[in-house]
Design a protein around this ligand. Structure first.
Ligand code: T3D
Length: 265
């Protein structure tokens, strides 16, 4: 997938992969081909053991402007939009939520509509300090999708989520950080470098513990405290049997940094 014309580029690096949404003229908005190519890239991410963490970003000045509106002409035909949602967007968000490898988003420029859903479906979201987050759906008469009605309520509370979505707010990167949608902001010139460094750090970390931590945190959204305590015990049992735990404790006792990943693994 190194062809520069491909709407998705996948680069496998030192323990991690970089997925680049590559339709810069359309601000990397999704058409069917880009969805299908992203599915293929995620197949590779899931099956390739050399990939232990993933970074997603966009080519050009945008991250992702949601659905490609050039693909639609509602003056000529009516669309059952639930079809693209159930065929593409819902499986994508479910797949990212279930991915067994940590995923970082580097929002390099404007994110709109489902593009925001994509950025927030990643485990850690970084952003350029000049990026914007345009809710967009209401402007074209649609409802928010890609899990945003759920995620924004969880992240911001009902009142703020309603205000943002009903007013089609365009958040600055600084506001997105203040609201907790984004973890850290960087100058555009260093965003990718910092995001790759973070992704590599995750790739070199303890895989079982990282995977179980992500899953435990995701399940905390719906679990009671009692259920979560049981889950923590179960996951700690699994983590305790891992080679990473053996290495972590041994390294601590030997007063050296733990090595969880060697390239020839
Ligand atoms: O339909 C279904 O299947 C249902 C699924 C829905 C999921 C969704 O995501 S719905 C929401 C769809 N997205 C939008 O409504 C966003 C539309 N875009 C914008 O509002 C603005 O472009 C932005 C706020 C993202 C950026 O504004 P700005 O001023 O920085 O850039 P621009 O000039 O508007 O756009 C630059 C180019 O990108 C322009 O092309 P041109 O004129 O240079 O040839 C523009 O047409 C193109 N572009 C931007 N967004 C899209 C797009 N082309 C196709 N689809 C887009 N979504």
């Amino acid at each position: 997938m190194s062809n520069s014309e491909n709407p998705i580029q996948l680069a496998v690096k030192d323990g991690y992969a970089v997925i680049t949404l590559n339709r810069p003229k359309q601000l990397n908005s999704f058409n069917s081909e880009m969805h299908l190519e992203l599915q293929k890239a995620l197949d590779e991410v899931e099956s390739n053991e050399a990939i232990r963490a993933v970074l997603i970003t966009g080519a050009g000045r945008g991250f992702c402007a949601g659905q490609d509106l050039g693909d639609r002409d509602p003056t000529k035909q009516q669309y059952d939009l639930s079809e693209t949602i159930t065929t593409f967007y819902n499986p994508l968000i479910r797949r990212l939520q279930a991915l067994q490898k940590p995923m970082v988003a580097a929002v390099n420029g404007v994110a709109a509509g489902a593009g925001i859903g994509l950025a927030l479906a990643c485990d850690i979201t970084l952003s350029a300090n000049n990026a914007k987050f345009a809710m967009a759906f209401g402007k074209i008469g649609l409802v928010p999708d890609s899990g945003l009605t759920w995620r924004l309520v969880k992240l911001l509370g009902l009142s703020k989520a309603k205000a943002l979505l009903l007013t089609n707010a365009v958040l600055t990167a600084e506001e997105a950080e203040q609201y907790g949608l984004v973890w850290r902001l960087y100058e555009p010139s260093v965003l990718l470098e910092r995001a790759e460094a973070l992704t590599k750090q995750l790739a070199y970390g303890p895989q079982t513990g990282t995977r179980l931590t992500i899953e435990a945190l995701n399940r905390a959204e719906t679990n009671s405290l009692d259920e979560q305590l049981e889950l923590e015990a179960e996951f700690q049992r699994e983590a305790g049997y891992s080679d990473d735990y053996k290495e972590g404790v041994t390294a601590f006792l030997q007063k050296r940094p733990a090595v969880f990943y060697k390239k020839d693994n």
